[in-house]
Design a binder for this molecule. Structure first.
Ligand code: ZN
Length: 97
């Protein structure tokens, strides 16, 4: 079970909201406050602007990293995953700092 997962240091520096990249290459980003649309850029630098929808069908990798009840959103167009912004989560009792 020695899969080579690219570490953050090996990825091209870029998106400050990028949290993680899954072993299949799917990006995991954190939503900025009140973000409703995807801000991924394609190869030409055009914003994706796909709609972010709550997504429940994530696999084992996400379950292990973020928990089986993780709040995950997914872009309808480019399938980039988004984590909720902690500042947007009034019911959250587990702040990291
Ligand atoms: Zn997108």
């Amino acid at each position: 079970m020695a899969e080579t997962v690219p570490s953050a240091a090996e990825l091209p520096a870029a998106d400050p909201n990028l949290v993680d990249t899954l072993s299949d290459g799917t990006k995991v980003k954190q939503r900025v406050l009140r973000q409703r649309a995807c801000n991924e850029k394609d190869g030409k630098g055009k914003i994706c602007a796909g709609h972010l929808k709550r997504w429940y069908f994530f696999g084992e990798e996400i379950r292990q990293k973020y928990g089986k009840d993780a709040e995950i959103y997914r872009c309808e167009r480019c399938k980039t995953l988004y984590l909720p912004n902690p500042n947007e989560e009034p019911r959250s009792g587990t702040l990291a700092f």
